[in-house]
Design a protein around this ligand. Sequence first.
Ligand SMILES: O=C(O)/C=C\C(=O)CC(=O)CC(=O)O
Length: 217
Amino acid sequence: MSSAAAKPILYSYFRSSCSWRVRIALALKGIAYDVVPVNLLKDGGQQFSAEFKAVNPMQQVPALKIDGITLSQSLAIIHYLEDTCPNPRLLPQDLKKRAQVRMIADHIVSGIQPLQNLSILKQMGEKKMEWAQNCIASGFQALEQTLQHTAGRYCVGDEVSMADLCLVPQVFNAERFKVDMGPYPTITRINKALLELEAFKVSHPSLQPDTPAELRA
Ligand SMILES: O=C(O)/C=C\C(=O)CC(=O)CC(=O)O
């Protein structure tokens, strides 16, 4: 069998929001894969090991070995899955809606999550919680307003899109960092609707092979 036919391998950490985005895409598209867990806290962070650096020089999860290449950066991975496995589609056909999906995804992926990721929080010491709350809250204020124009049942209209794959893991982080979700009724409603879908359930941080027993669903 050629490497192109091998099952993809996802390097993942159960509660990494970026890993979860990719797990949702794989689940929605029905792509079977094996998980190699990378524990971001253990041994000073397994992402910094020489072994993992050889897989992903960026020393971050997720990374996906697929079709003979190794990809990192969750949205680049999701776009590859979209290009190679277009059903169900995660980008709307309508070009304006498509741009709105990308706008929302980028807002979360570039404008919120990197400000509250592990490497930044480590440098915040005691201010960690407050910092994460402020970054997520200011990002969500903008997102709430944006969604009031774009949302149907989901972030953009009534079809699940890449924006939704970014939203749900970011709300999980917000809850983890005890952000008051009161001011974001649209975000809360869409998150709830998405969590009813099977692909969002099976990929949830509480159900992963590396989820610690005390956090398992
Ligand atoms: O505290 C830990 O268990 C370690 C890391 C994470 O969960 C992942 C992140 O860096 C946050 C994120 O996904 O945005």
